[in-house]
Ligand binder design. Structure first.
Ligand SMILES: Cc1cc2nc3c(=O)[nH]c(=O)nc-3n(C[C@H](O)[C@H](O)[C@H](O)COP(=O)(O)OP(=O)(O)OC[C@H]3O[C@@H](n4cnc5c(N)ncnc54)[C@H](O)[C@@H]3O)c2cc1C
Length: 503
């Protein structure tokens, strides 16, 4: 390049290598996009497999999703990625039967809702069943209260309580929030999971209208979709495609330290001493993408950032998923649709949600065969009083499976004998869901602002984008694109919508 004064200035060399830490969907997507732009990429993952919360397990000969089983269709980010990976023809929608709620009085079909279980129309007569006359009347007040009421509330619970009353929190919102986020509405940062909800409330004057507006922003039809064969195919295909693009994929590489490379520009990471006697190795890259959970990302990046301790998110909740495969013709009519969310006031059931996977997904029913059913029960309910894990997640597998059998029978209203169990498995998740407690969105904003001071690094993952594949994929590609463009790479048109917030 020649400057106006005629002197020759050397164009700075573009970085040619990148290091990605964390091999969940965020890390795999980042590695693939970096490699597609022409960089030599190394991805290091602590566990022995890739995909993080999107993986598979085998139960009674069936390959099923061990974590995420669907994606939100409100943004085009996941469908576009699936298209690129040759998985578009596998996209399927769940059975339209819908889900149910399990309340202390019993099971009822879940009322239509906007987002987070918040009713879009508080005057809908079907709300009389879960809320009762007084509760429904209180919910309707939302329409007449001044827009300022509740607008300053930071938690989902606080906001809904102020606008629609406690009954809506307990009976509609809490089962949803507990089922999806494994926390209580009073511990959930509203801006982190439903960005725009408070501003729409100020604009439209009612929380119901605001929740309805956010819901309408999603395409018509089902608001989630899945893959024939399971969402685990996404992780599998991302790994194959990353390999095709030359990404060096390393498992069992638990990063314990991150530093500036003393020998060249860029970064180096050091792994925990492997237990099998292998030597530790150093991995390097001129560009860095952190794609771990939040506490790990902040711990590793802390010494390179200003005031990192202010941004440290809390560790995510512990969840245990019990999958049961049953020979049970009584479940053929799918008595509770695609599954149930459980109110925390219920005393006779400990699960927080049940998915009737073989009723929800045709491909699961096809693979399972006649009269064979797949149920997935999730444990790890949080309450406003208890911050720690719920006692069920600490149960041994065999005890949790026995509990799940009893819970399934109660929830589905069908007697299920232990002899009907063909196979079962328990999957435990520790840091896979971020804890989006009050202040989370402010911590994320602070972290991202501080990260701008480090132009050769980016951070991605659910703790920053919001839980759910739609949010994670859209945000990861946006951050990686910005990193590449900053370093002189031209990247194709932006993929996906800017989905953030809930799944
Ligand atoms: C049980 C469950 C069900 C879900 N269901 C759905 C659903 O149906 N639909 C939906 O849209 N979303 C769902 N989600 C959420 C969704 O799966 C996640 O938001 C998304 O997969 C997160 O991806 P990620 O890459 O950010 O994080 P993760 O998948 O958690 O990946 C982070 C990776 O970083 C690795 N790592 C951590 N520390 C280190 C270290 N020090 N060194 C190296 N590697 C490290 C971890 O081992 C992990 O593989 C579900 C989540 C869970 C847990």
């Amino acid at each position: 390049m020649t400057t106006s004064s005629g002197e020759k200035r050397r164009t700075p060399r573009r970085p040619r290598t990148a290091l990605v830490v964390g091999g969940g969907v965020a890390g795999l997507t980042a590695a693939r996009d970096l490699a597609a732009a022409g960089l030599r990429v190394t991805l290091v993952e602590a566990s022995d497999h890739f995909g993080g919360a999107v993986g598979a397990h085998e139960v009674a000969g069936l390959v099923l999703d061990s974590g995420a089983e669907s994606f939100a269709t409100r943004s085009t980010a996941v469908p576009e990625l699936l298209d690129e990976l040759g998985l578009a023809d596998r996209v399927v929608t769940p059975d339209p039967a819908g889900s149910w709620l399990y309340l202390p009085e019993g099971a009822i079909p879940a009322p239509r809702s906007g987002v987070l279980g918040i009713p879009a129309d508080p005057s809908d007569p079907e709300l009389r069943v879960p809320l009762g006359r007084a509760g429904a009347a209180r919910a309707r007040l939302d329409r007449v209260l001044p827009a300022a009421v509740g607008a300053g509330e930071r938690t989902v619970g606080g906001l809904v309580r102020a606008r629609m009353g406690q009954r809506v929190v307990d009976r509609l919102v809490s089962p949803f929030v507990s089922g999806v986020y494994s926390t209580h509405p009073d511990r959930l940062d509203v801006d982190a999971v439903a960005p725009g909800l408070r501003s729409r409330l100020r604009e439209l004057g009612s929380l119901g209208a605001a929740a309805g507006a956010l819901r309408e922003a999603t395409p018509a039809g089902s608001n989630v979709a899945g893959l024939d064969g399971g969402m685990n195919l996404l992780s599998e295909r991302l790994v194959h495609d990353a390999e095709r693009l030359g990404v060096k994929l390393v498992t069992r590489y638990d990063v314990i330290a991150l530093d500036r490379d003393p020998r060249r520009p860029g970064w180096m990471v050091i792994q925990r001493q492997p237990t099998d006697g292998d030597k530790t190795a150093v991995a390097r890259g001129e560009l860095l993408v952190m794609a771990t959970d939040g506490p790990t990302a902040v711990r590793l990046m802390g010494s390179h950032m200003q005031d990192a301790q202010n941004y440290t998110p809390r560790s995510g909740p512990r969840i245990a998923l019990a999958t049961l495969v049953l020979d049970c013709p009584a479940l053929d009519p799918a008595p509770r649709g695609t599954g149930l969310l459980v109110s925390e006031d219920v005393r006779d059931v400990r699960a927080k949600a049940l998915t009737h996977a073989s009723a929800k997904w045709k491909w699961v029913a096809r693979e399972a065969g006649e009269h064979r059913h797949v149920l997935r029960l999730s444990y790890g309910r949080a309450t406003p009083r208890r911050a720690g894990p719920s006692p069920e997640v600490a149960l041994e597998d065999k005890h949790l499976i026995a509990l799940a059998l009893g819970d399934a029978s109660t929830l589905l209203g069908v007697p299920i004998a232990p002899e009907q169990l063909v196979g079962a498995d328990v999957v435990r998740w520790h840091a896979a869901l971020p804890r989006t407690d009050p202040g989370h969105s402010a911590r994320v904003t602070g972290f991202r602002r501080a990260l701008k001071e480090i132009p050769d690094a980016a951070a991605v993952g659910a703790w920053l984008s919001g839980t759910g594949l739609a949010a994670v994929v859209a945000d990861t590609r946006k951050q990686v694109r910005a990193l590449l463009e900053h370093h002189g790479y031209e990247v194709a048109a932006p993929p996906g919508g800017a989905g953030t917030g809930s799944q």
